[in-house]
Design a protein around this ligand. Sequence first.
Ligand code: FES
Length: 380
Amino acid sequence: MAKQNWQDLGPAEEFKNHKVSEAHIARTKLAITYQDGKFGAIHNGCNHVGGPLGQGRLDGEYVVCPWHNWKFHCRSGVGEPGFEEDAVPAYKVEVRTGRLFVDLESATPRKKKPHAPHPLSRPVKREDGTIRVAGISTTVMDRKNPRYSTSEALLEVALNHAKSSLGCGTRLIRLDELRFRNCEGYYSKSAHACTWPCSITQMDESDELTRVYEALVHWADVVIVATPIRWGVASSLYFKMVERLNCVQNQTTIRNRVLIRNKVAAFIITGGQDNVQGVAGQLLGFFAELGFHSPQFPYIAHSRGWSAEDMERNVQHVMNSEELREGARQLVERSVEFSKTLLGGGPGPERTARGGRKAHSLEIAAGPGTSRPASRPAGG
Ligand code: FES
């Protein structure tokens, strides 16, 4: 007779109150289901990146993972139609005298269908060649009826200079020409649900933010972000992009895996009114947290000021200013020079100390008489 290990999960009536619930027994986490008078038990850990199936929901007879919606049959553990090669362990369950029992020895094998890795997930390795400059315009515009964008115009000046005078490879990405979804808050479910590549990118082939990820993580040595000022902050498209870039920063937080190394970020900020410094602070803070370096004097800007409600003159100023054009050329020159310095200094450290950084818990004794834990390696 096959070995058995029946464990008491508790009163069956309690499990009947929820179609899907979690149970922990002898270091095993289970997703328990109850539907149409039948119980089911499968392992709680999703095959994808370990989402808690017991916190999911039922779609017919399939448990839907709460993180990215993979589905497994509630009693057999087999993946949904088309994905039967994926399976999580399933267990026998019985109700005995009003209590729910599970046989931990009855676990079926976990099976993982090989999933082709997303191209973005390849190791980050700088390809040889000339310095590469990516410009990202965050301006929102009706491209069929274009207007003059001051920030985008100066970005084009910088990129043209990088290409024609500095011999760099260049790419201009206009965010409003890309179709990409808003961040849907996977991080808010769990830090580990926010994956690299981005969960949306992996699930939705039509999502075009891939171009930004490719440029920032794999291709570019220098990134120049151009934004207008809108009510004292950067453009809405800038923030839409930044929310989706959480997955890049989150790799540092949850794995100490720094995707951005030896790269330079600089900024072009223009607006009819003020708060240049506030906008620059946000841009600098975020890109620094991604791992970018900044050249000396890392942004150029132009603003007419609070009292000047005459945007047409603001546009004229930028259109006609050779000084601002020269500023844009010098900004990219500083950035490219700094990039050469960084790249000439070797690949940089493999590991980066986390102490004092975002989401790093400190090893501090709780109070008098509490022993201090032994030190642990940074990251993992
Ligand atoms: S679908 Fe379950 S962890 Fe991603």
